[in-house]
Design a protein around this ligand. Structure first.
Ligand SMILES: NC(=O)c1ccc[n+]([C@@H]2O[C@H](COP(=O)([O-])OP(=O)(O)OC[C@H]3O[C@@H](n4cnc5c(N)ncnc54)[C@H](OP(=O)(O)O)[C@@H]3O)[C@@H](O)[C@H]2O)c1
Length: 273
């Protein structure tokens, strides 16, 4: 019952990592869970599943409330309306998990600018809008944790995913700065950066023709959800999943002239396949 009386909002809750994290926060005792994505019927189905799962648990959460809230996080005004509604109804959000995101595959030379902008608007600005919408209320209560789901793509630019990598580098940079700004306020920011995860992420049509073969290294959403749960009460800036990938990031930062050509060759091969 780690999250007893905690109010948790998760974006991108309808699928994959966010869906699993929503279930796991409920199993860990959160009292209110707000499920956010664009697809309302999936959120309602998940609400029912969480309520069913929890009602069959021995350690039942008193007054658990699961609230589906359809919102496109790439739309600033919609996020502001959502935050106003929720803060009026609930009074606070204790843990904000900015997880909504998507990626596309393709060379920059053949991608539309609009497509690259769309990735940035959801992955990066969606996180900024949600953070801004709830941050002041967290700071005024001297309590709160923001968990931003980035990726190992926040540390390695790879061929075929420039727009996506840029959005994840941006999330890491923003979060690192905010983490330092918030020192001693009672509010914290932690980034969770997984490698590839078995979710619907790769169902985007751009992966279809030239699907990268990342499957050998793919994580289960449960591993990432566990990291999100740990992150939401951790003093750390970034949690990399699995943690041994930190060694690869260190190698890249320390010996870029060795690591970059290897990463370049591997991913260019995927792109040119
Ligand atoms: N899968 C991987 O290999 C991997 C690796 C590292 C990091 N990540 C990151 O993990 C996060 C979750 O991805 P996933 O793997 O779980 O993929 P997923 O199964 O495709 O889930 C993505 C979620 O984001 C939501 N979403 C997308 N655009 C949205 C928008 N504009 N507004 C609100 N919600 C939106 C989707 O819901 P709706 O369609 O209903 O809106 C869905 O719930 C993403 O940030 C992704 O970049 C994934």
């Amino acid at each position: 019952m780690k999250f007893k009386d905690k109010f948790v909002l998760i974006t991108g809750a309808s699928s994959g990592i966010g869906r699993q994290a929503s279930i796991d926060f409920a199993l860990n005792g959160a009292s209110k869970i707000i499920l956010v994505s664009r697809t309302e019927h999936k959120l309602i189905a998940l609400q029912k599943q969480i309520e069913l799962t929890i009602s069959s648990e021995v350690r039942k959460v008193e007054n658990l409330e699961v609230i589906p809230y359809a919102c496109d996080v790439s739309k600033k005004d919609d996020v502001l309306v959502m935050a106003r509604d929720l803060l009026k109804k609930l009074g606070r959000i204790d843990i904000l998990v900015n997880n909504a995101g998507f990626g596309t595959f393709g060379a920059v030379k053949s991608q539309e600018i609009d497509d690259i902008e769309a990735i940035m608007r959801t992955n990066y600005f969606g996180m900024v809008y949600c953070t801004k919408a709830f941050l002041n209320s967290m700071v005024s209560r001297h309590s709160g944790h923001i968990v931003n789901v980035a990726s190992v793509a926040a540390s390695f630019g790879v061929a075929g995913m420039a727009g996506y990598c840029a959005s994840k580098y941006a999330i890491l940079g923003f979060s690192e700065s905010l983490h330092h700004e918030l020192r001693s306020t009672g509010v914290n920011v932690t980034v969770v950066s997984p490698i590839g995860v078995k979710t619907n992420f790769f169902d985007h049509e751009s992966f279809r023709e030239n699907k990268p073969n990342y499957t050998g290294f793919m994580l289960d959403p449960k591993s990432v959800s566990r990291a999100i749960i740990s992150a939401s009460c951790s003093p750390r800036i970034e949690i990399v999943v699995p943690n041994y990938i930190r060694a690869a990031i260190w190698m890249k930062c320390t010996f870029p002239y060795i690591v970059n050509p290897i990463v370049g060759t591997l991913f260019r091969r995927q792109l040119n396949k």
